[in-house]
Design a protein around this ligand. Structure first.
Ligand code: R5P
Length: 340
């Protein structure tokens, strides 16, 4: 397809393949509505060697293309680590650069190492290192979803950075499936107050905030958790950027239910990483009636078997949203309405 920037081309790393397939399907809906022929994923191979090295080969010409490489570094359907997926992405970008793609965009809904975004003591800022690595491989742009710290955009020297928001898709689901009459939104920590406040405002409901007070006067940090707001007798919607071990949601859900007498509890995030032991934690909360549902997006791939076995989990698709952003960039259309 001839876009204003060059022919639109989409390619996937192995872990990004499930999400890429969904994006291609949605992109083709746009293209057919414009009377343009559908596109297929650019054929490529991610080869793993016996010593664990990885290489990417591209099996057709991409010369001059506006190329989007999809990678899901947290894909739970294979056994590849974040580092292996990051390395695979960099080999794919490098192959594409050497194959003379005109413009390369890395589509990485989960930005690897985003939580290592600032220095505390003698620590590394690995998010900055990752930004440089992706840029050095040859990426001209990065598209991500609800990045942990928006300041990560500033870690790139040249590459453009688009931070998409899953809030529209999650809010649409909530409005259609959860009764708002008795609902209150809860921010899981002070850092998440702005996000939770946005959700509360869009849903037209009240906001409560969990405030963690740390006492640094003792060698063992003492944490005192306070709830600002009243959830008693209310249905609760807690929103965070990601679920990793599930510890944050586990502790808050139990506290709101047992200590503050909350009714139905819904947990939601943009990036459901579901690292251990989160699954066991949510199974326990669900079977004990503490939570009703966990919402997350398909920007992190989970298998159909996983979804069938874990009925507490509801997946919300953001593939159409990503397709729209890619289509808009390829056609030099404004992104403001899609990013706000
Ligand atoms: C932390 O700053 C993040 O916003 C999330 O709250 C955190 O990563 C969730 O991790 P976990 O599920 O392990 O509590």
């Amino acid at each position: 397809m001839e876009g204003k920037r060059g022919p639109l081309a989409v390619m996937a790393c192995k872990s990004g393949f499930p999400f890429a397939q969904k994006i291609i399907k949605e992109l083709n809906n746009y293209l057919s509505s414009e009377g343009i022929s559908p596109i297929s994923l650019i054929p490529s191979q991610e080869v793993s060697f016996a010593n664990s090295e990885i290489k990417t080969t591209i099996d057709c010409s991409i010369r001059g293309s506006d190329l989007y490489i999809i990678q899901d570094v947290e894909n739970s359907t294979n056994n590849l680590s974040v580092d292996e997926n990051l390395r695979a992405l960099k080999t794919a970008i490098d192959s594409a650069r050497r194959a003379d793609a005109h413009y390369i965009t890395a589509v990485i809904p989960v930005f690897p190492y985003a939580r290592q975004d600032k220095q505390v003591g003698r620590e590394c800022i690995t998010a900055a290192q990752v930004a440089r690595e992706i840029e050095d491989a040859g990426a001209d742009r990065v598209i991500t979803l609800d990045v942990h710290n928006t300041a990560i955009a500033g870690f790139f020297r040249e590459a453009k950075f688009e931070n998409l928001r899953a809030s529209k898709n999650i809010l649409d689901y909530v409005k259609q499936n959860i009764c708002l009459d008795n609902l209150i939104v809860v921010a899981p920590d002070e850092g998440g107050t702005k996000r939770a406040s946005y959700y509360a405002q869009k849903l037209g409901v009240k906001l409560a905030i969990i405030y963690k007070e740390r006492d640094y006067s003792t060698t063992s940090k003492i944490e005192n958790t306070t709830l600002l707001g009243d959830v008693s007798g209310k249905d609760v919607f807690i929103i965070d950027d990601m679920i990793s071990t599930g510890g944050t949601f586990y502790n808050i859900s139990k506290m709101l239910k047992e200590k503050f007498d909350a009714c139905d509890i819904y947990l939601a995030c943009s990036l459901p990483l579901f690292n251990p032991p989160s699954i066991e934690r949510f199974k326990e909360l669900f079977s004990n009636g503490v939570i009703r549902q966990v919402l997350g997006t398909d920007a992190v791939s989970h298998s159909d078997i996983f979804k069938a076995q874990n009925i507490w989990y509801q997946e919300i698709s953001v593939a159409k949203y990503f397709a729209k952003v890619i289509y808009s960039i390829n056609n030099c259309m404004s992104l403001s309405a899609l990013l706000s």
